[in-house]
Design a protein around this ligand. Structure first.
Ligand code: ADP
Ligand code: MG
Length: 336
């Protein structure tokens, strides 16, 4: 499905000013700071950034999986309703139903003491009107869909009887049992070897095509973004610092941080390269520098960047950036 042909539609998900504050021994820390983004129907948005930049907390916050004393504010519009103010009952229907989640570590999402059939059927019971026989048939179908060989024979196996890659597939099958309209995927392939990763990414894209599902894909692997996502949002220290289509951002990054990240990706290549090429480390949330949080690591920083925090602002169709010097950054050319 072409993302372009869909741009006249309303967003499936519209997040505005999502902010998450945790109380820690070092005081209140803002792990997610005024994050806003839209995801169109059938679109795959990549959320990228170094470890600790707030990607997982963003996903957990919008599904209200952050617990007190963590505090989430902002607005998360899903089909006209704000998930942040939905009643617990209505939220339960949405979560794991219209919106499904898959995580990096399948073992935390699977119940070790229940056969996978029960876990898939529980989700089908909660979110569909299928009867018992239909649920069993659908469970087999789902395991086949995610590429589990001899699916019918494996129905009554327990999670530990599956290999890592197969467990990940089982988790995806459970997530998809409800025919979700939105899939939130938090580094779902990071722990897997490259061949299995590719198979699972392809599977997610096939399902996106088949069910017109939207996807928010959290990853720190730019090769995965290049091969999988339509749009991307780059996070740094809890904020989005740049957005655009994957093609635009790869061709012409406007934020020095994005430019640094892309410096580690071979030109034109979709090779798997981790984000380790930028000098320095991200700031601790309890000691975010004044002005632009990236300024201590930035070759372009000026006095203004140390005093004033740049807002995320549009600068071209479909593009936003939070940098006073973005035109100069872009003019400096794509990273070598
Ligand atoms: P990412 O997924 O980008 O690697 P996370 O979203 O997991 O990063 O974390 C962002 C920041 O929020 C980290 O500094 C992390 O330590 C902090 N954080 C996450 N959960 C909590 C919590 N429950 N209490 C305090 N700080 C937290
Ligand atoms: Mg994470």
């Amino acid at each position: 499905m072409s993302a372009l042909a869909k741009t006249h539609l309303e967003p499936a998900l519209s997040v505005s000013n999502l902010t998450t504050v945790f109380q820690t021994a070092a005081g209140a820390v803002t792990a997610v700071d005024s994050v806003s983004f839209d995801v169109m129907p059938g679109q795959v948005l990549g959320l990228v950034g170094e470890s600790g930049s707030g990607k997982s907390v963003t996903l957990r916050s919008l599904m209200r999986l952050v617990h007190a004393p963590g505090k989430v504010s902002g607005r998360v519009l899903w089909q006209g309703r704000d998930l942040l103010s939905l009643s617990p009952g209505a939220l339960r229907k949405v979560r794991g139903g219209e919106i499904a989640m898959i995580f990096q570590e399948p073992t935390t999402a699977l119940n070790p003491v229940l056969p996978v059939r029960i876990q898939i059927e529980e989700n089908l019971r909660a979110h569909t009107a299928l009867n018992g026989r239909e649920r069993r048939a659908r469970a087999i179908e789902l395991l086949e869909l995610v590429g589990i060989p001899a699916a019918e024979r494996r129905l009554d196996d327990y999670p530990h009887q599956f290999s890592g890659g197969m467990k990940q597939r089982v988790m995806i099958a459970i997530a998809l049992a409800s025919d979700p309209k939105l899939l939130l995927a938090d580094e779902p392939t990071t722990a897997l070897d490259v061949t299995i990763q590719d198979q699972i990414l392809k599977l997610i894209l096939d399902l996106r095509d088949e069910f017109a599902m939207s996807v928010v894909f959290v990853t720190h692997d730019l090769g995965v973004v290049a091969g999988t996502c339509d749009r991307m949002a780059v996070m740094y220290a809890g904020r989005i610092v740049e957005t655009g289509s994957v093609r635009q951002v790869f061709a012409e990054p406007h934020h020095p941080y994005t430019r640094g990240l892309l410096g580690s990706v071979p030109r034109g290549g979709a090779e798997r390269t981790m984000l380790t090429s930028i000098d320095g480390t991200p700031p601790s949330l309890s000691a975010i520098p004044p002005g632009c949080a990236f300024n201590p690591r930035c070759d372009f920083a000026t006095e203004r960047c140390r005093a004033e925090r740049p807002a995320l602002e549009p600068f071209a169709a479909g593009r936003t950036v939070a940098c006073f010097h973005h035109a100069r950054v872009a003019a400096t050319g794509a990273p070598a």
